[in-house]
Ligand binder design. Structure first.
Ligand SMILES: [Zn+2]
Length: 503
């Protein structure tokens, strides 16, 4: 059968001032840039991205693949009208050109917001349906951080969401979505039961290597194996998004409506009961670095890793705040690395003076997105210069080639800072290795990442401390001035238990 494949992937932090413009989708970011038609298999195939898993599964079943277009940009503020219309147009026109199509697979994030559209993925699906007519099945894979709307779920014949954070199963999820699509192409149709939850879970508490999320996803997977259930999907939501449909949601697909509804109620109940297990309180910069220095004394040669979650560029952070760097210097941390600081001016200064030279630098905080945040001013020696071309080695990003622009490793006493021209979440050890640093040999590693770094660092770290330093990805969601949430939706309250009569 003939299957069209396309992807349009953006996680939008509506509190970020940086628009996701067309240029940001054209160039490579965390994932490859705009890729079209027959380039998609060679560029995306084999990567841990959903469409790669879908292509593989559909090819293995000997369907005729029509790859149309795929684009993604580093998480930031809303997608511009120009970017949305251009990429949606490429996808819709490309799909419309395939004669007598049998099915469509879409690789969507599920938390995209456009500058004048709070649910642009719904807009895309509605336009697609208008072109395809009612009968051609459309199935999507979605990120674990999707903010699902019931209208969007209803516009799809099926969907599958990631079950791991770090997202180790992006390709597997694409394959699962493709399997659903193949069932639909064979004539099956599913009832979808939708539930949304009343609380928002901060990203750092959503990880599946610690905390309650792993158990919830295991339960979903087990439910999905029950006879009659075609998929039991849970999206934990992307809270730095002021949209009506923000927050966790559940979708269960089944041939019989009652089966889907019952399973959706089960998952919703489990998640409600787990609210108090999502630990949300984090130390501030000074407490976190003091704790890291103390822990490093007993770390037996293994690194203490500090996660700068609130400035994670992978969640729309600017990548340029210096709350933890300031404390590393103030507390004279004996052997620490801070990565990855987005600071093009510091990079050019370092390249101008050259390796080995020392000078006063003003590092970070140039975007001034956090009130009171100021650059760190100190004398640094340029320890190393590099070209910022990095091939990821960890299990999540394996094989993806990044270009963060020129980089410079700067040193002040025991503290080294890796600065770059472009923003990127410091989630893969290749980022430090490209600057000549083996993270296993450093006492304290501070990473602008929330959870994805755990894919590699959890095994090597003596201790992981998640810190709340300045940034746009708040750990305490009560700090956001939300205006558009649905009535009744609120930030999580780890002190709340459903059995105490308050919920
Ligand atoms: Zn995600």
């Amino acid at each position: 059968m003939k299957v069209a494949l396309a992807g349009f992937f953006h996680e939008t932090n509506t509190f970020s001032p940086i628009p996701a413009d067309l240029a940001s989708f054209l160039r490579p970011g965390t994932l490859p840039g705009l890729t079209r038609g027959n380039d998609m298999a060679p560029v995306l195939g084999g990567l841990n991205v959903p469409i790669a898993g879908a292509m593989q599964a559909l090819s293995a079943a000997r369907h005729e693949l029509h790859p149309v277009a795929w684009a993604s940009a580093v998480p930031c503020g809303p997608v511009t009208r120009d970017a949305f219309e251009t990429i949606a147009g490429l996808i819709l026109d490309g799909i419309a050109k395939v004669p007598s199509l049998d099915g469509v697979y879409l690789d969507l994030h599920g938390a995209m917001v456009a500058e004048d559209d709070l649910d642009p993925e719904l807009t895309l699906l509605r336009r697609l349906r208008a072109r395809l007519g009612p009968d051609v099945p459309v199935v999507a894979s979605l990120d674990l951080h999707a903010n699902l709307s019931p209208e969007r779920v209803a516009a799809l014949d099926g969907l599958a969401t990631f079950r791991t954070y770090p997202h180790l199963d992006m390709d597997v999820t694409g394959a699962r979505a493709a399997a659903l699509l193949m069932r639909c192409m064979a004539g099956e149709r599913f009832h979808s039961a939708f539930r949304s939850l009343p609380f928002l879970i901060p990203l750092h508490a959503q990880g599946t290597t610690t905390g309650p999320a792993a158990r919830l996803f295991e339960a979903c997977e087990a439910l999905g194996r029950h006879q009659g259930i075609a998929g039991a999907e849970l999206a934990l939501g992307f809270p730095p998004a002021d949209v009506p449909y923000a927050g966790p949601a559940i979708v269960v697909l089944a041939g019989v409506a009652a089966d889907a509804e019952r399973a959706a109620d089960d998952i919703a109940r489990w998640l409600l009961q787990a609210e108090h297990e999502f630990d949300a309180a984090l130390p501030g910069p000074e407490a976190a670095i003091r704790e890291a220095i103390a822990a490093a004394r007993h770390a037996a040669g293994r690194p203490v890793v500090v996660a700068d979650t609130q400035d994670n560029p992978g969640a729309g952070g600017m990548g340029d705040t210096v709350g933890l760097l300031r404390e590393l210097i103030a507390l004279d941390a004996p052997d620490a690395v801070f990565a990855l600081l987005h600071d093009p001016a510091a990079v050019s200064q370092a390249h101008a003076i050259g390796a080995g030279a020392a000078a006063p630098f003003r590092l970070g905080a140039h975007a001034a997105t956090v009130p009171g945040e100021a650059p760190v001013e100190a004398s640094f020696t340029v320890a190393r210069l590099a070209d910022g071309r990095i091939t990821a080695v960890g299990p999540m990003y394996r094989g993806i080639r990044w270009d963060v622009g020129a980089t410079a490793l700067l040193r002040h006493r025991g503290v080294r800072v890796l600065v770059s021209e472009r923003r990127l979440q410091a989630a893969d050890t290749a980022i430090l290795r490209h600057a000549g640093i083996d993270p296993r040999q450093v006492a304290i590693v501070v990473l602008k990442s929330t959870v994805h770094f755990r894919a590699e660092y959890e095994a090597m770290a003596a201790r992981i401390i998640v810190a709340a330093a300045p940034g746009l990805n708040l750990a305490d969601l009560r700090g956001y001035a939300y205006r558009r949430l649905r009535p009744g939706v609120r930030p999580i309250d780890p002190g709340r238990r459903v059995d105490d009569g308050r919920a």
